[in-house]
Structures are given as C-alpha cells and as structure tokens.
Design a protein around this ligand. Structure first.
Ligand SMILES: C[S@@+](CC[C@H](N)C(=O)[O-])C[C@H]1O[C@@H](n2cnc3c(N)ncnc32)[C@H](O)[C@@H]1O
Length: 310
C-alpha cells in the first residue's frame, strides 16, 4: 500500500506527457538519448532531464555500451503499486503521438539491427529477440542435459507435455492426474516412452507408499487444489530422503476473471504462504520466490519453490 504523499509523488512523476512518451518507448526497447531524441523530435536536453528524473525515481535503469547509454524500464525494481499505475497507463492510453513514436522506434531499431552484428544489436536483451532454434522448448530440452533424474512424480501432469521433456533424463516418470481424459491423452503422447507410467488419482491423497520418488513436480497444479497444504504434504511424504520437490505456480493475484475462466480454485500464493506449507512438512527450502513476470498484461508472476527432504 502507498501512503498519500508518495502516491501523489508517483502520480506527479507520471503526470507529464513527455515522461509517459519516454517510458512507453523504453518499455519496449532499450534506447539511447540520441535515439529517443530522434524518435520524439524533442530537444536533447529536455529528453535528458526527463530521463534523469525517471531514473532517479527508480523507474528506469541504464546500461553503458561504449560511449552510449541505453535506457529501459526497470520493472523489476518498481513497487507493485507503482507497476499497477504504469500498467494501467500503458494499456489504457490510446494516442496518435504514442502510435507515431512506436512506428518511428520500430524503424529505428530495424535500421540499428541492419547496421550492427546481430549479437551486438541485441546485447543485454537477447531473450526478447527471435534467433533461429532458440525457442523455449529447445532451451528446456537442452538445459535438461545437465539433469540426472531418478524416479519422478509429475503431479497434476496434464497431458504429459512436461513428462515428455523429463523422461529422457529420468529413471522413471509417473504421471498422476485426476482427469481420466487427460491421462489418456498423456498415454497417447508418450506411448513410445518405456519409462513413463500413468495413474488417474488425486494429489490430495496418493496411493503410493512413502519415500517412493526422488523428485516430485507440481507444475501449474496447486491453483486447482482445494487444500494445497495437503497436496504439498503428500508430495513430501512420497519423497525419498535427499529427494527434491519443485513447485511452479502463480504468485497471488487479483484477476478473478482468469481464476474463473481456468477453473482455478485459488488465485495463487504468496511466497510466504508457500514457504510455510513446505517447511511444515519437514522439507528444507532451497529457493522460494518469484522467478518470472509475464510480459503481457495482466503480467502474471510465477512463483518457484525448490525444496529438499533432509
Ligand atoms: C494446468 S494443468 C497443468 C498440466 C501440467 N502440469 C503442465 O504444466 O503442462 C493442471 C492439471 O492438474 C490436474 N489436477 C488438478 N487438480 C488435481 C488433483 N487434485 N490431483 C491430480 N491432478 C489434478 C488437472 O486435471 C490438470 O490436468
């Protein structure tokens, strides 16, 4: 929650058309003062002054490359409430000046890319650009080469998309899902994988003996659980000593329409709540926090928890 004074200060900072223009530009591209001046056709000192104010307030970050300084929106450092104001402005303003800025910016970035070697042109923001073969699936499959997995339980496995990634690096993968139809789809997808088995079951009450698995994964499943603490307790029970639990779930949010549309029974978790659930089951937390913020509105944040059974 923001205090009255700081709310007014933030609104004042956003309450200038030039600053909103500059923020909108550097929200989608890292740009230099010279580039911002060329796009907006404003005087350079004016651009620099506004950038300075925005950077001072922590809304922008800068990065030096040779003689140039690139500016970008510093979303990670924005207080949640300020980000909400910024998201609102960004998504709700429709204006010819902003549209024209955007077009000029795209032209300028294209010209910049043509003139520079590709890695240099995208240095510092490579993940935002397409590069042949560098898909997220290729990344996941490749990085998994480092993993040596034992007996894995994929809880709330869905149709086996993730099990398909894990199977080549695991001794065995057991897909558990409460939906018979989904498990049939997983079985069809993974028909050729000899080390994958399928169980229709409820993660709140597993039919496995204790200490049956080396790794347990709960990927986008806890938002469907009526008693998430029970699911985590079951995951901990079936883990062997030294085994690992990985949870990937939504951070707590207020987009009730999405919760309803996807039939979630809760709207995500705070890291503190998730930590409490995990520790209560006797697991040691290696990491629990927000690992990712979606680029597109409403900017869901993803919580990761990595825990180990001592
Ligand atoms: C969003 S899908 C995620 C699938 C998969 N983990 C993935 O990320 O691709 C959630 C799955 O959890 C399953 N599920 C929900 N509650 C469950 C429960 N209590 N026990 C087992 N499966 C459950 C649903 O049937 C659904 O297939």
């Amino acid at each position: 929650m923001l205090a009255l004074d700081s709310t007014v200060n933030w609104l004042h900072l956003f309450g200038d058309p030039t600053r909103v223009r500059l923020m909108a530009l550097v929200a989608s591209e890292e740009l230099t003062v010279a580039e911002l001046t060329a796009i907006t056709e404003l005087q350079q000192p004016r651009v620099s002054t506004h950038l300075g104010k925005l950077r001072e307030a922590g809304l922008l970050r800068d990065r030096k490359v040779g003689a140039s300084t690139f500016y970008a929106v510093n979303e990670a450092a924005m207080p949640r409430e300020v980000r909400a104001i910024w998201d609102l402005l960004r998504s709700e303003i429709q204006d010819a000046v902003l549209d024209s800025d955007k077009k000029r910016c795209q032209g300028l970035v294209k010209a910049r890319e043509k003139a520079t070697a590709w890695p240099d042109a995208v240095a510092g923001q490579m993940e935002r650009y397409y590069s042949p073969g560098r898909t997220w699936e290729a990344t996941a499959r490749g990085i998994l080469g480092f993993a040596h997995l034992g007996d894995v339980l994929d809880g709330g496995s869905g149709d086996g998309t993730i099990a398909q990634l894990l199977a080549p690096r695991a001794r065995s993968v057991t897909c558990v899902d409460r939906s018979e139809r989904v498990i049939d789809a997983a079985r069809a997808r993974l028909a050729r994988e000899k080390n994958v088995s399928f169980v229709v079951g409820d993660m709140h009450e597993l039919a496995f003996e204790a200490e049956r698995f080396d790794q347990v994964l709960l990927f986008n499943m806890l938002t469907y659980a009526h008693t998430p603490s029970r699911v985590v307790a079951e995951a901990a029970r079936v883990l062997r000593r030294g085994g690992n639990l990985v949870i990937i779930t939504l951070d707590a949010h207020h987009n009730e329409d999405v919760t309803e549309a996807y039939q979630h029974v809760n709207s995500g978790f705070t890291a503190a709540v998730l930590k409490k659930m995990i520790v209560k089951c006797g697991l040691e937390i290696e990491y629990c926090g927000v690992s990712h913020r979606e680029r597109r509105a409403p900017h869901f944040e993803v919580l990761n928890a990595f825990a180990r059974k001592p």
